[in-house]
Design a protein around this ligand. Structure first.
Ligand SMILES: Cc1cc2nc3c(=O)[nH]c(=O)nc-3n(C[C@H](O)[C@H](O)[C@H](O)COP(=O)(O)OP(=O)(O)OC[C@H]3O[C@@H](n4cnc5c(N)ncnc54)[C@H](O)[C@@H]3O)c2cc1C
Length: 405
């Protein structure tokens, strides 16, 4: 497959974080890209995102970081606190020290600010054609190539593709092309999200850091977004499945119930926040196939949606996009080999990140003697030791993807 402007395009389904980054990564390698998005317009959906250096490094190379850095916040630290009495259990410094250590900043931002920056950068690139209101519905592999169809008012539009990238999220339709029985699985956890103005919160929630409040029945993360003018709250509890979508407004009664034995300041904070949206946490079995060697591949949540307990879903989607474009451009003429190399490079990394998320959930929701040992171990751990535990994750560089320290 040649990277030439008159070649068949790379077709990407979905203009979320994964699809927009993939479009920029392929265009930066000289590929023409057609990006189809089902939504009629890309609206402000989602809430806060923590963006670790493994992701911001790639966004910087693609020219995106400068476009949203002033709207993001570089937190001074991540603090783990007991939700019952707000005692600090551990503090890992971030800020300039973390940027120097991992070669890129650790930022927190509103998802809409990141998406807007990606869209602005896409708009400056003539190699990328974005169509909204265009759902990718069918993919056919024939002797003459791959045909992608999107329905139009009167008839389906058919486009010939060199490669199809499914970046259509956790409820991916394109995943069914690769493995028809491959749905997502509800984890039994619900994420509750609310955004508040920062000013009245000063004192209760420090506005210069990421605070994680740990409790056997929930954990709550708070951090600044929108240049520090707002605080993003996200809490995780057990719960029943809900309808799918970012803007699922819901009565936070289960969250309030989980906070019964939490510090009064925290309970008041949750009580006063509104509206709460609820997001059912679904995962995709990461052992399933991600590609068809005839020229189709899944990235981001479509391939391996994971729980957000390591705050890495978007970061890993950004990594996927960069590694995929590198592998395809480095293996001209043999797409099957390139896709197989992509798969081999990504699986060990994604497995390790998903395991880290599962570990966080176990440790953060611990109770009794396990919680006491956790607090003791973390208190005795130096800041240097806490940071070095993340070198393999945040120090990872897409241009040397085998590097795992
Ligand atoms: C509560 C919560 C907190 C999180 N916090 C963090 C965090 O701090 N840090 C982090 O890195 N990650 C975090 N994540 C994970 C992160 O939000 C996701 O992993 C990431 O947004 C996935 O991006 P995506 O592009 O793969 O999918 P999506 O964002 O779901 O995008 C898919 C796009 O495809 C479109 N689409 C769907 N079907 C079609 C079709 N057939 N044709 C065309 N278009 C289609 C959709 O409309 C959508 O725009 C969090 C997730 C949750 C739920």
């Amino acid at each position: 497959m040649e990277a030439a402007t008159n070649a068949r395009p790379v077709i990407i389904a979905g203009a979320g974080i994964a699809g927009l980054t993939a479009a920029l990564a392929f265009a930066s390698k000289g590929f023409p890209v057609k990006l189809f998005e089902r939504a009629p317009a890309l609206e402000e959906v989602g809430a806060g995102l923590q963006l670790s250096p493994n992701a911001t490094r790639i966004l910087d190379r693609l020219g995106v970081l400068a476009r949203f850095r002033s709207k993001a916040v570089q937190p001074e630290a991540i603090e783990l606190r007991r939700a019952t009495d707000l005692t600090v259990i551990a503090r890992m410094p971030l800020g300039a020290g973390a940027e120097a250590r991992w070669g890129a900043p650790y930022l927190v931002a509103h998802r809409a600010d990141l998406q807007a920056a990606l869209l602005e950068q896409v708009a400056t690139n003539p190699a990328i054609a974005l169509r909204t209101g265009a759902t990718v519905e069918g993919i056919a592999f024939t002797d003459s190539g791959i045909t992608v169809s999107t329905p139009q008012e009167n008839a389906a539009e058919q486009v010939q593709a060199a490669l199809v990238v499914g970046a259509d999220g956790v409820w991916s339709r394109l995943r069914g092309v690769i493995h028809p029985s491959g749905g997502s699985r509800f984890t039994g956890y619900v994420a509750w999200r609310a955004i508040l103005p920062a000013t009245p919160l000063r004192g209760a929630i420090p506005a210069d850091r990421v605070s994680a409040f740990l409790h056997p029945r929930f954990h709550l993360i708070a951090y600044p977004v929108r240049a520090g003018s707002q605080i993003n709250l996200v809490a995780f509890t057990k719960g029943g499945s809900l309808s799918r979508g970012w803007d699922n407004q819901a009565d936070p009664a289960p969250l309030k119930d989980a906070l019964e034995r939490a510090a009064p300041a925290l309970a008041r904070l949750v009580e006063g926040a509104a509206p709460w949206t609820a997001w059912p946490l679904h995962v995709v079995d990461r052992r399933s196939a991600w590609f068809d060697s005839r020229g189709m591949v899944l990235v981001g949540d479509a391939a391996h949606a994971m729980t957000p307990f390591a705050a890495q879903g978007a970061a890993i989607a950004i990594e996927d996009a960069a590694v995929l474009a590198d592998q395809i451009s480095g293996q001209p003429g043999d797409i099957a080999v390139a896709l197989s190399r992509y798969d081999k490079l990504r699986r060990p990394r994604i497995k390790r990140v998903a395991r880290r998320g599962a570990f966080n959930r176990f440790v953060w929701h611990a109770w009794g003697p396990i919680a006491m040992s956790r607090d003791l171990v973390l208190r005795l751990r130096s800041e240097e030791r806490l940071m070095s535990d993340f070198d393999w994750l945040y120090g990872w560089d897409a241009s040397a993807p085998r590097q795992i320290s």
